[in-house]
Design a protein around this ligand. Sequence first.
Ligand SMILES: Cc1ncc(COP(=O)(O)O)c(C=O)c1O
Length: 283
Amino acid sequence: MRVWIAGSGYGSGRVMPAEEARISLFDHGITVGDGVFETIKAVGGRAFALTRHLRRLAHSAEGLGLFPPDLDLLAGGIGEALAANPEVDPARVRVTVTAGPGPLGSERSGESLTYAVAVADFATPEPTVDVAVVPWLRNERGALTGLKTTSYAENVRALDYAHRRGAGEAIFANTAGNLCEGTGSNIFVAGPATQGQLATPPLSAGPLAGITRALVLEWFGGEQSDVPMSALAGLTEAFLTSSGRDVQPIRAIDGHVLADAPGPLTRKAMAVFAERSAAEMDP
Ligand SMILES: Cc1ncc(COP(=O)(O)O)c(C=O)c1O
């Protein structure tokens, strides 16, 4: 596997074998998780929804108070990393920008950013997924709410919790007792609590502004409304969205099997997303 790095002694970017890539142990991304990232799907060497991903990366960096990342440099680096790994298809493209070398404490040095692009195989998602609700809450008013930062260990912990219970994704409630999101996915639901309509938590509930979520809302529809956690038991159908899963039906929540997986709304959303995303590489 070949990776692309810029900053941190690599200037304006270089492709090299992954084993040769070196990032300082003083990099603030490593010492305190002071960085932002994106996960992008690439098919045939082309990154899907690249403009939206770069825009969100810039938003995350601004929210974290980082210097604005050079998005043209990154777009070039993504292209170079994909061209250097043509056998990886579909590819999971991981774009990371950190605050760069810094002190061992939380204060920043203000030196240059570190940029990295790595690729790996994007595993084909399972046809359905079971989810487990975790006992920890998403804080919809936190400093990092809605930002895709490298401080992701809460998600690692939650996903491990779900895996130990035989589930493929963990679901967070927020501090208001409403549905929020998964560790790496957004959630859409339908049932009596939503009058049978498709609903997804609004951004004010604290989820990441998922790109797949936004495309499903634009291409297919759905309400953005708060869903109390108590409504989950009565759901008739539900699905997850993410760059790797696209639209993935939820089969069971905490062992409670939903009536339909995929249900009728999910099936339509899957079909519309498959058709539109195949037709538009950078929607
Ligand atoms: C916490 C979180 N929520 C939602 C998503 C889904 O976002 P997207 O559709 O842009 O991949 C992700 C992506 O990995 C995520 O990390």
